[in-house]
Ligand binder design. Structure first.
Ligand code: SF4
Length: 426
């Protein structure tokens, strides 16, 4: 595994390029959260990285890590004026407990409050604007002094955060670092227990994600941990975390489904779905099925009349379905981690050796710098949720790569300087 010092080679003066960011994420993919945080705070850029904490339900973990690295590190806290009193108490508790000496309160501009929220009820009539003046604006102003910031976001919290990487690049040329991206609820619980960290006073009574008092409610068993935020409203994020494409953008509406399938140069509705658990293998139409299930039931499925799809995971041996590719209208190849390149090999085998002519889609952790390689391997559709990658696709701004080390057998591109014998289809 690469060591953190090696990553210094990727540290920019001003910002990381997309490609360096992919490399950086690969290098830290299996590193623990403390290493990611230490690297972010001590080495990542020539500009300091800010530590931002909500002092909410899960905040004790990152705060404890920060205290181990440097208890004098500035920690930014958005004092919206709408917090539970318990949250403000918790700030003091954690400062004492962890010896944090530099927690800075960021408050909304008083003239903005007087002008836009004189009665303090904007959260009721226009929560987006309320978050904007109480959170986004103060944070944006404070971050001007920084090259990026650390967040406590985790993949498990919501579907929208499902592919969160350790390092993100925003188009305002800042870096967002998510040391706990891969942690789940149990990891947080275990860490808190191991280090005897006091919970937020409201956590044990059912508040699993804690923001401002008017916009936070208890979460029932089985609910998404953040479902208690802005309950009943078309809002899931406050704005400060919605800049995967760089801008502090309008939050995505609850229930509004994002088109994630990129095909023929645009994001389109997906006509396909995955086979449900325990679904009968009858009359399947525009349904992707797991590889092993297909192998097990291939004889039965020979009579299926609808459009059949197949899911290929890393480790699935596509030679096993080589003679059957004509049965599939679409094959989805999974890339659970961008560093796992097995999907490229599967795609090339399907296209080049077995002559698959249907839709070949890549899905999973798809990032900008993979796009051209994916196309070269024969993919003609991509499922993309990563903000910068979506942005680049929509704006036709995927960076080109001029030197190919592994030429494909397709003749649509011939990399400069490649010897003919290397282009042979194996
Ligand atoms: S969470 Fe609610 S009260 Fe807090 S800033 Fe946003 S809308 Fe206003």
């Amino acid at each position: 595994m690469a060591n953190a010092n090696a990553a210094q080679a990727f540290v920019p003066k001003e910002r990381l390029s997309d490609l360096q960011l992919v490399a950086l994420n690969g290098m830290f993919d299996e590193r623990d959260a403390l290493s990611v945080l230490r690297f972010a705070l001590e080495e990542l850029t020539s500009h300091p990285i800010a530590m931002v904490s909500s002092f909410g339900a899960d905040s004790s973990v990152l705060l404890h890590m920060v205290a181990q690295i440097n208890p004098h590190q500035e920690v930014l806290f958005l004092e919206t004026g709408k917090h539970f009193p318990e949250t403000l108490e918790y700030v003091e508790t954690m400062k004492q407990r962890l010896g944090l000496t530099n927690v800075r309160f960021l408050e909304p501009d008083t003239s903005d409050l007087a002008r836009f929220d004189p009665k303090g009820d904007l959260w009721q009539t226009d929560p987006d604007s309320c978050c904007h003046i109480r959170k986004t604006e103060p944070l944006d102003a404070a971050l001007k002094a920084y090259g990026g910031w650390v967040t406590g976001r985790k993949r498990f919290q919501t579907n929208d955060r499902g592919v969160l990487p350790h390092f993100e690049l925003t188009s305002d040329e800042r870096i967002k670092v998510n040391p706990l991206a891969y942690w789940d609820f149990e990891d947080v619980k275990a860490y808190r227990a191991e280090h005897d960290l006091p919970p937020h006073p409201l956590f044990n009574v059912g508040y699993l994600s804690i923001g401002c008092a008017p916009c936070t409610s208890m979460v029932k068993e089985g609910e998404d941990p953040r479902s208690g935020r802005w309950r009943g409203r078309d809002k899931t994020e406050c704005g400060i975390h919605f800049d995967v494409s760089g801008k502090i953008a309008k939050p995505q509406a609850k229930g509004q489904s994002m088109k994630t399938l990129f095909k023929d140069g645009q994001f389109v509705e997906d006509q396909w779905r995955d086979l449900a658990e325990d679904e009968a293998l009858i009359d399947l139409d525009h349904v992707f099925m797991p590889f092993s299930l297909y192998i097990e039931h291939k004889d039965r499925l020979a009579g299926n009349n609808g459009a059949l799809g197949l899911i290929v995971q890393p480790g699935d041996d596509v030679h096993e379905i080589g003679d059957d590719v004509h049965r599939f209208a679409a094959i989805a190849v999974e890339f659970p981690k961008f560093a796992d390149g097995r999907g490229y090999s599967s795609a090339r085998l399907l296209r080049e050796r077995y002559g698959f002519e249907g839709e070949l889609r890549a899905r999973g952790d798809i990032l900008t710098d993979q796009v051209q390689f994916l196309r070269r391997c024969g993919f003609d559709s991509l499922v993309v949720v990563d903000g910068p990658t979506r942005n680049a696709l929509e704006n036709d701004a995927i960076a080109g790569v001029s030197v190919f080390m592994q030429p494909t057998g397709r003749d649509i591109e011939v990399p400069a300087g490649t010897r003919p014998f290397l282009r042979r289809v194996k």
